[in-house]
Design a protein. Structure first.
Length: 126
């Protein structure tokens, strides 16, 4: 199906064109963006799920953020961000939403205004 196809409306239109009545008996979303139903984890109880299973089914955060600008932080920049301080990056354009990576790991998301990074959320993943 095309993006933004309304299945219920499509069903009604098809029924009307056939001069009949119609309805959707069952509708299941199989994908939203890069998230697919086949990769979903069904949680029946926490004991049934192992770390390896979750790691196998999980999508890396970098894959989710792949269409968003990323800046690599130096040691000094990473420390300033961890302490909630603003820091300057060598990037000229203003950016309303980006993420900062340190040693290949997501450190923070935020914005860049006049080369100054303002964090919205800092992660403790290191």
């Amino acid at each position: 199906m095309l993006k933004r196809t309304y299945i219920r409306t499509l069903t009604e239109d098809l029924a009307l064109s056939l001069q009949s009545l119609g309805f959707v008996l069952e509708l299941r979303r199989t994908q939203v963006g890069i998230f697919k139903a086949e990769n979903a984890i069904k949680i029946k109880s926490s004991d049934e799920i192992t770390k390896n299973f979750i790691e196998k089914k999980s999508i890396k955060i970098e894959a989710i953020l792949d269409d968003i600008l990323v800046l690599d932080a130096t040691d000094d920049q990473a420390q300033r961000i961890k302490y909630g301080q603003k820091c300057v990056f060598d990037y000229e354009e203003d950016v309303s939403f980006l993420w900062v990576r340190y040693n290949g790991t997501l450190l923070a998301i935020g914005s860049l205004n006049k080369s100054c990074f303002n964090s919205l959320r800092v992660f403790n993943l290191l």
